[in-house]
Design a protein. Structure first.
Length: 103
């Protein structure tokens, strides 16, 4: 069984016992969160596609930890002008453990 769920403006394909990294959410570590914006659910009965979301479908997850992603380098240059600029950042992420999918 898997589902496609919308979390923070992005869509993720999740299964039970999966671990995913999403943009930082406000909940504390070890908190249980429920996502009700489920776009698609596939199980043994078939595939249910929502318009835009499947009714009465939920994905429950546990916040494992908050962390930072890998460093991303942003480099800007204009040729023949002597202009170079380098910046970098690390994205704030949340690690989620998927507990269950209910359709």
């Amino acid at each position: 069984m898997f589902a496609i769920v919308k979390i923070g403006g992005h869509q993720y394909k999740v299964r039970e016992n999966d671990t995913i990294f999403v943009d930082r959410i406000a909940d504390e570590a070890d908190a249980t969160v429920t996502f009700e914006d489920v776009m698609l659910v596939s199980d043994t009965d078939g595939v249910k596609v929502g318009t835009p979301s499947v009714e009465n479908a939920k994905v429950t997850a546990t916040v494992a930890q908050h962390l930072k992603g890998d460093k991303v380098i942003v480099f800007k240059k204009k040729r023949r002008k002597g202009y170079q600029k380098q910046n970098g950042h690390r994205q704030h992420l949340t690690q989620l453990s998927i507990n269950g999918i209910t359709a």
